[in-house]
Design a protein around this ligand. Structure first.
Ligand code: XMP
Length: 315
């Protein structure tokens, strides 16, 4: 485990030595990139500009939450609306690795344009150790191409700066607490967003369903954790499956979709254990998802698989 104060001091001097000019920061609002952004701001001040991309693949309320935080953080930042561009890039794509590559490329093209606008030649990312280990770094097999590692096109015109490259999630959390990041314990959310929680085709309609299902899972699990019915899981979410299934709505047959709910315990995401959630919590989640997405989602499943053999996300 790192010493957060010492790491901060060293990272700031490394950044000052490494970056002579301006940078832009790929800020997703997640803990990793927020910590990377705050370290960069400490080191470079207004030579750094954070860019938050609204991909159209974010969780409910996320754009507002991130904007509010950045406003109080002292960072120079910009919110770039780009949902149309990401949906166009994902049109007709079902393969998870291809999704990550398309998303990685769309991000990089956008950051290149933003960098050109501010005269920057470097891109700061919040990449952490599991991102590159699982992307096949250091002679390992590729498990998933994390969009911010293997998803980067070879012809990218920006030099990468990755101040958290050697850290694990629990270390980044310690750093986040040290730097005063609110919600340092917030659960992780994958950079490719809801695109990897919509198995099969990624359309605005299917992303909307996944967004609503994810919000319900978060609300119900956080409610149960606040009431001390359960310990708050390390990560908890919903996945829209590429399956059509029959249900009933009133007197009518409906042919809808299915959602899988997942809640896991983990320390650093390298391994994970599926949590045994109480039946009452699961039933309430299933009831709300099928009611709030009435006729669209007609079946809810619970994923009891550990990592390994599964991964945490489905894609
Ligand atoms: P897996 O599914 O590989 O996930 O067991 C491990 C952790 O990483 C998150 N994850 C990602 N994060 N880009 C990210 O920034 C990605 O492409 C990506 N894929 C998975 C996942 O949510 C879990 O916390």
């Amino acid at each position: 485990m790192i010493d957060p104060a010492k790491f901060t001091e060293e990272a700031v001097s490394r950044l000052r030595a490494e970056v002579p000019g301006k940078v832009i920061i790929a800020a997703s609002g997640g803990i990793d990139s927020t910590v990377a952004a705050l370290l960069t701001e400490k080191a470079l001040g207004d030579r750094a500009r954070a860019v938050f991309v609204d991909t159209g693949l974010l969780r409910a309320g996320e754009v507002e939450r991130v904007r509010d935080f950045f406003r109080t953080s002292g960072l120079t930042f910009e919110v770039v609306p780009a949902a149309d561009r990401f949906f166009a890039a994902l049109l007709g794509v079902e393969d998870p690795e291809e999704k990550r590559r398309r998303i990685g490329t769309a991000f990089v093209r956008l950051f290149e344009a933003e960098a050109e606008r501010s005269g920057a030649d470097r891109l700061v990312q919040g990449t952490i150790a599991p991102d590159w280990i699982e992307s096949g770094g250091a002679l390992r097999d590729t498990i998933k191409t994390h969009h911010n590692v293997g998803g980067i096109p070879a012809d990218m015109r920006l030099t990468l700066v990755e101040p958290l490259r050697d850290l694990y999630k629990d270390e980044v959390r310690a750093l986040a607490r040290h730097l005063g990041v609110p919600e340092a314990e917030r659960q992780p959310f994958p950079g490719p967003g809801l695109a990897v929680r919509v198995n099969g085709p990624v359309t605005p309609e299917r992303v909307r369903r996944a967004r609503i299902a994810n919000a319900i899972v978060e609300e119900e699990i956080e409610r149960a954790a606040a009431a001390k019915t359960i310990a708050r899981p390390w990560q908890y979410f919903a996945v829209l499956l590429p399956v059509r299934t029959v249900g009933v709505l009133g007197d009518n047959r409906v042919y809808g979709e299915a959602v899988s709910v997942r809640a896991v315990e983990s320390i650093d995401a390298m391994t994970a254990t599926s949590m045994a959630l109480p039946r009452a919590v699961l039933s309430r989640i299933a009831e709300r998802i099928t009611r709030e997405l009435s006729g669209e989602v007609v079946r809810v499943l619970y994923d009891v698989t550990d990592k390994p053999p599964a991964t945490i996300e489905w894609e």
